[in-house]
Design a protein. Structure first.
Length: 140
């Protein structure tokens, strides 16, 4: 059974968020876009709904976390190469994002990430399965 995944994130300024993620190469589904929300396409089965905070509040009775001060979620996307990881982090910084941590090289896995305009944490990783040792744990 194929399952689609939708991650919903609150944003302060939808236009700024769309501009930020467009600069990183993401596209948006116009059928699910209006002044309150947009559907960012990760791949054919994975999407991120960017919802203006007041609209986001209609889906939950809980208080919205300030992602600049607290961690709500870590979103991790796989990349096709180390260079793609580095390029996307560079694009995020150029678009106004920040990097909360330095890149990490685990030998078989290279990762780095960025914080978007609303403070959401995005991890990017490239994994080279050929470099993995079958007898060793993936992360230590």
């Amino acid at each position: 059974m194929a399952t689609q995944m939708y991650v919903n994130l609150p944003v302060k300024d939808l236009d700024q968020s769309v501009d930020f993620f467009t600069r990183l190469g993401f596209a948006f589904n116009p059928q699910f876009t209006d002044s309150n929300a947009t559907c960012m396409i990760i791949n054919p089965d994975s999407f991120v709904m960017l919802l203006v905070e007041n609209f986001f509040k209609t889906f939950t009775p809980k208080k919205i976390c300030d992602a600049r001060r607290q961690t709500e979620v870590l979103i991790c996307l796989s990349c096709d190469s180390r260079e793609q990881v580095t390029d996307m982090v560079g694009q995020a910084i150029a678009a106004g994002g920040t990097t909360p941590n330095p890149p990490q090289d685990h030998g078989f896995m290279y990762q780095h990430g960025f914080q978007d305009l609303d403070g959401h944490l995005w991890e990017l990783m490239y994994m080279d399965a050929r470099a993995m040792s079958p007898a060793e744990p993936i992360l230590s």
